[in-house]
Ligand binder design. Structure first.
Ligand SMILES: [Zn+2]
Length: 339
């Protein structure tokens, strides 16, 4: 237990150093760190603790993380200002131009992007960027490479996390993602050319890491049908103030996987906040979204969201494991009833 404890302190200290001493001239390193944290909770960690992550996985995740960033930023309800945010001091990041090309070709999400004729080239470009930059720059602290997370070995198309690192990413996922996003937002807002486009920082955060409202409307219609017009949590008929809820809270896992959505009363949704729902709700969610309606959700929503029931099931395992380990309470119903 003591050894494990020290290991966790080391991990957090390393993260702190990384963000303080690292050189972040572009946002790639934040994206890469975010990607690593996400992949660690989407996968099972092998018994030797050394998770192998292919460049394929990382490239896809980077494209996914930058997807929203390639759209023109504007403040909801105000006139479109039509600027795409720079991710680099100086020249725009290559990945943004590439994603714009994918989006212009009609791809609305990663699944469609992968089917696009532009994909192979953009995949190669992103791989190239990864290898030249964040792959080895991430672990440079005060100008020296410190391969605490993974050894930096050339001529491989994967990385192998050092023992215990994947478990730390799982344990501290929220923290690492917050670190990465905060740094990312700060970087984007400090770039001078962006300042004429950006209004308020809160809105920038929603834009960079939020969910498209139009797509949520489509998910809401489908869920209303699946749930027979009832609230997922309390089972009572929905009114016009129904909201799409991320079953595994968005603050814990910041990717919109279609199978993670349920429809709830605004009151129920607001009361649940960022808590995990009680195990009984989890059973119902698995039954509804991952078994009975798995195919239907994929069929109806794959044009708008990533559909991967297996992945969200893994993420749920992760979230509930950690919550149980930490002795967290689970939200059960409105008026703050926990179990
Ligand atoms: Zn309700």
């Amino acid at each position: 237990m003591e050894a494990l404890y020290k290991h966790q302190i080391d991990f957090i200290s390393y993260m702190q150093r990384l963000l303080q001493e690292g050189d972040f001239s572009s946002t790639y390193k934040f994206a890469f760190l975010h990607a690593l944290a996400d992949i660690c909770i989407e996968r099972d960690v092998p018994s030797n603790g050394q998770l192998v992550i292919s460049f394929d996985e990382i490239v896809e995740k980077l494209i996914l993380l930058y997807w929203q960033h390639a759209k023109p930023f504007f403040v909801e309800g105000e006139q479109l200002q039509g600027g795409i945010l720079l991710q680099n001091s100086g020249k725009q990041a290559k990945i943004i131009a590439d994603i714009i090309e994918l989006q212009d070709s009609g791809a609305r999400n990663l699944t469609q992007a992968k089917a696009s004729t532009f994909w192979p080239q953009i995949y190669r470009n992103t791989l190239d960027t990864l290898k030249k930059g964040p792959l080895w720059r991430l672990q440079i602290l005060s100008k020296q490479e410190d391969c605490y997370l993974f050894p930096h070995i050339k001529n491989r198309n994967y990385i192998e996390l050092n023992p215990g690192i994947a478990d730390c990413f799982r344990q501290f996922h929220d923290l690492v993602v917050q670190f990465a996003r905060q740094g990312w937002i700060e970087k984007v807002s400090k770039i001078q050319e962006n300042q004429s486009v950006i209004g308020r920082a809160g809105e920038l955060s929603d834009f960079l890491f939020g969910t498209s409202r139009n797509s949520l409307k489509i998910a809401a219609d489908l869920l209303k049908d699946i749930q027979h017009g009832n609230c997922f949590y309390c089972g009572k008929p929905l009114n016009e103030k129904a909201e799409v809820d991320h079953f595994i809270p968005f603050t814990k896992y910041n990717n919109d996987l279609a199978h993670n959505f349920v429809l709830a009363h605004r009151v129920c949704n607001n009361n649940k906040r960022d808590y995990l729902a009680a195990p009984l709700h989890r059973e119902n969610w698995q039954d509804q979204n991952l078994v009975v309606h798995e195919d239907k959700i994929t069929k109806e929503l794959s044009a708008y969201f990533v559909c991967d029931a297996k992945r969200i099931a893994q993420v749920a395992n992760w979230a509930y494991d950690i919550a149980e380990k930490n002795g967290n309470k689970f939200w059960f119903k409105t008026k703050d009833v926990f179990v």
